[in-house]
Ligand binder design. Structure first.
Ligand code: GLU
Ligand code: ZN
Length: 322
């Protein structure tokens, strides 16, 4: 491998860490330790409305309890960071997202949109009623010149910034270590919001600006993020940056093969701590949610897991949690 492995666990502090979140953290940690690389924790706290008091404490407590130590990231939930790529709280990196946004606007790859929620709701309703593709209609791109948009922004008009999906773009291909090449038709994507009106970035923008700035080599995350990846690849291209290697991990399912949720019983990792389970046992159990060594061996020490963990042995299909 050319450069040292750098992977991240990027939780949003919006609730108690569930089994799926911690499995993501565990696989990233095992991958980093196996390759002698760095495991980074980055707090994705840009959604001010969904932030839950105490959630980050629970996440950090779980990581510490399970022995998933991080090389860079928050020191505690009170905004302190350690590591040379910090800060590791997205809410403290707003200037970088603004700079990135301005760059794409100047290039013509993004534009300010002044549409009101009423207009957007009306648009969606019309699209639903007429069964046409749902998505932004580029009103602000076509109704104003870039100078007019600039003037409106300077005068303090309420606006978001949208990424302009390139026209005539052929298939977007995600090279995924676990899934192989996944093709995506970009005509299904609309000009998504990258910067919100409150000056906070959306997940898409903040995620890739940080993965680039923090020199993340591999993005290992849950399968549910796969539909976001084509947007991320288009952003990377617009910025002229090299995307990381992707590995989307299999879903975790309940016994009935439905996506794991509260109705399947305890799904918060801290419930297992409270129930007296040993961290080594949970570590062993969770490692087998999507990964296997030879299909037979089931008992692994922490050292065994580090030694044997590779992405080649992570499967595509859902892992049953029982
Ligand atoms: N903040 C996202 C989450 O909560 C991170 C997804 C990703 O790893 O890109 O899962
Ligand atoms: Zn608009």
């Amino acid at each position: 491998m050319a450069s040292a492995v750098r992977v991240r666990f990027a939780p949003s502090p919006t609730g108690e860490p569930h089994v799926g979140n911690i499995r993501t953290a565990l696989f990233n940690w095992l991958f980093a330790r196996h390759h002698g690389g760095s495991f980074i924790v980055r707090v994705e706290d840009t959604d001010q409305q969904r932030k839950v008091q105490g959630a980050l404490d629970s996440i950090l407590l779980t990581l510490r309890w399970m022995g998933l130590d991080w090389d860079e990231g928050p020191i505690d939930s009170n905004n302190g960071s350690q590591g040379s790529y910090g800060p590791y709280f997205q809410s403290q990196r707003l200037a970088m997202y603004l700079e990135a946004t301005n760059k794409l606007v100047a290039q013509g790859d993004a534009y300010a949109c002044f549409c009101t929620p009423e207009r957007l709701n009306g648009l969606r309703k019309t699209q639903t009623d007429t069964q046409t593709q749902i998505g932004y209609d580029r009103h602000c791109l076509t109704a104003f010149t870039s100078d007019e948009r600039q003037r409106l922004v300077s005068s303090g008009a309420d606006h978001v910034v949208r990424f302009k999906i390139p026209e005539g773009q052929s298939e977007v291909v995600i090279h995924d270590v676990i899934r192989g090449d996944v093709e995506w038709d970009p005509s299904l994507l609309d000009d998504f919001v990258m910067m919100k009106s409150d000056g906070f970035p959306t997940y898409h923008l903040a995620n890739i600006v940080d993965d680039h700035a923090m020199e993340i080599t591999h993005v290992m995350r849950a399968e549910e993020w796969l539909p976001s990846t084509p947007r991320h690849l288009l952003l990377y291209k617009a910025f002229g940056w090299e995307p990381p290697i992707y590995a989307h991990m299999p879903m975790i399912l309940g016994n009935d093969r439905a996506k794991l949720s509260k109705r399947h019983g305890a799904t918060s990792t801290l419930d297992y701590k409270a129930g007296g389970y040993l961290p080594e046992a949970l570590l062993n159990f969770m490692a087998l949610l999507g990964w296997s060594f030879d299909g037979h061996m089931e008992i692994f020490s922490r050292g065994d897991l580090i030694k044997h963990f590779t992405l080649e042995h992570v499967g595509k299909s859902g892992a049953i949690f029982d």
